[in-house]
Design a protein around this ligand. Structure first.
Ligand code: SF4
Ligand code: SF4
Length: 241
């Protein structure tokens, strides 16, 4: 994103809208730190610049990566959906992708303020790839890998900055302790933060299969439940016999 300084009147209205603090006022004129801007589009959409000084410059590869993963209105070619992850992660009760005994993992690398560079996303991906995980194919982050079997990303995007990138894959329930150990270790090796989503079906007795593993790991657990109330018809029925 860029600001036309011939037009800017330095009102400062756009500054609070930047989630990575990339806009500053210099000599009463706003400017965007091009290297830090994640191309989320927020300032252009939300700040209502009184003189229309904010404009989207032409986005060319590899900078397009920033927009794909940071701007909720940019549709990723690979998944055909907007946003950072796959929709399916949120509709498991309809698709049944994560069956009992299998756990859906989402690792969201980067948050507002810090954002994430792809060299850090790669460190996390390479660490978990050693567990033999298979990254979700219909996911914009996976589509940027040069070798999904090792978690290696294309070299020319490693310095690109995004608000966050989500790594998605299923894993066997009993592999969770190993995954948690790997993630704790790699968290010391990156310059940003990540959050971990652990998606599971509730067992027939009402227990949550992943809870004992998470409690044993000492990780902080923030449970979130979701029940299909008929808005989507399940395409899959699990055999619970
Ligand atoms: S909102 Fe527009 S005029 Fe005001 S500081 Fe930002 S770019 Fe300049
Ligand atoms: S596009 Fe997003 S990251 Fe870039 S300056 Fe605007 S608000 Fe900040």
């Amino acid at each position: 994103m860029k600001i036309d300084q011939e037009l800017c009147i330095g009102c400062g209205q756009c500054l609070p809208y930047c989630p990575v603090d990339a806009i500053s006022l210099e000599d009463d004129l706003a400017e965007i730190d091009f290297e830090e801007c994640a191309e989320c589009g927020n300032c252009l959409r939300m700040a209502s610049c009184p003189v229309d000084a904010i404009y989207q410059q032409e986005l060319v590869w590899p900078r397009t990566v920033r927009s794909i993963l940071s701007d909720p209105l940019t549709i990723a070619e690979e998944s055909g959906i907007s946003g950072r992850g796959t929709e399916e992660m949120k509709t498991n009760e309809v698709t049944g992708r994560f069956k009992l005994g299998s756990v859906g993992i989402g690792i969201e690398v980067g948050r507002p303020i810090t954002g994430a560079r792809f060299y850090d996303v790669e460190k996390v991906a390479q660490a978990v790839a050693k567990l033999g995980v298979e990254f979700e194919k219909i996911n914009p982050t996976t589509s940027l890998m040069s070798d999904p079997s090792t978690g290696k990303f294309k070299d020319d995007i490693l310095n690109e900055k995004v608000l966050s990138a989500i790594l998605e894959f299923p894993i066997k329930l009993e592999k969770l302790p190993e995954l948690f150990d790997v993630l704790k270790k790699v968290s010391d090796e990156i310059d940003c933060v990540f959050s971990l989503d652990v998606a599971t079906r509730i067992a027939p007795d009402g227990s949550v299969p992943t809870d004992p593993f998470i409690k044993a790991s000492g990780l902080w657990l923030a449970p979130n439940g979701k029940t299909n109330v008929g808005l989507g018809r399940p395409r899959y029925k699990e055999d619970l016999s």
